[in-house]
Ligand binder design. Structure first.
Ligand SMILES: [Zn+2]
Length: 71
């Protein structure tokens, strides 16, 4: 899980897409058998690392970016 260092909410985020990205920008999150969060974007599924989160994820509650840490 990822925790927002500003408001302590966990795994509550929106993805920031590159303005040049032309896909439908549908994303979903789930958890795998190890308890890791899994992101699916337009059919592409991956386990995000902390670097990804701090580059692409904005906290849904407090709006901060670059604010994630492992929980
Ligand atoms: Zn937050």
């Amino acid at each position: 899980m990822f925790k927002c260092k500003k408001c302590n909410s966990k795994d509550k985020f929106e993805l920031m897409f590159n303005p040049d990205y032309l896909g439908p920008k549908n994303f979903e999150t789930s958890y795998n058998e190890n308890g890791d969060i899994v992101i699916s974007v337009d059919g592409y599924t991956f386990v995000p690392d902390l670097n990804f989160m701090n580059t692409h994820a904005v906290c849904r509650y407090c709006g901060n970016i670059y604010c994630w840490d492992y929980e």
